[in-house]
Design a protein around this ligand. Structure first.
Ligand SMILES: [Ca+2]
Ligand SMILES: [Ca+2]
Length: 103
């Protein structure tokens, strides 16, 4: 059993043309609200999820019409012990960085 902690999410470039992005994660399919972002802003998350071999984290931007998926990444238990690392998510013209730790 391993633990994924998402430390912080940063918006480099937002997805919505007007207004702030409304960002949530889907962690193995389950939705977790992060917050609202304009360019070059970040939010502390500090939330952990237990998993076995791998865990998929998607970043989504909420809209009135169908939400936009910024990207997805699968983290592996074999990465455990490496300290805090950064993963970039890019899609729909947006770019987000996610800092995480696997223990
Ligand atoms: Ca959008
Ligand atoms: Ca939106």
């Amino acid at each position: 059993m391993a633990t994924l902690t998402i430390v912080r999410v940063k918006c480099n470039t937002k997805e919505d043309y007007i207004g702030k992005d409304d960002i949530y994660l889907r962690v193995n399919g389950k939705r977790y609200k992060v917050g609202r972002f304009s360019n070059n802003t970040s939010e502390e998350v500090g939330k952990s999820w237990a998993f076995d071999d791998e865990i998929e984290v998607q970043i989504w931007e909420q809209d009135e019409d169908p939400d936009d998926k910024i990207g997805e990444h699968t983290f592996h238990a074999s990465e455990a012990g490496g300290g805090v690392k950064k993963q970039n998510y890019s899609g729909h013209g947006a770019s987000y960085d996610l800092w995480y730790k696997i223990e």
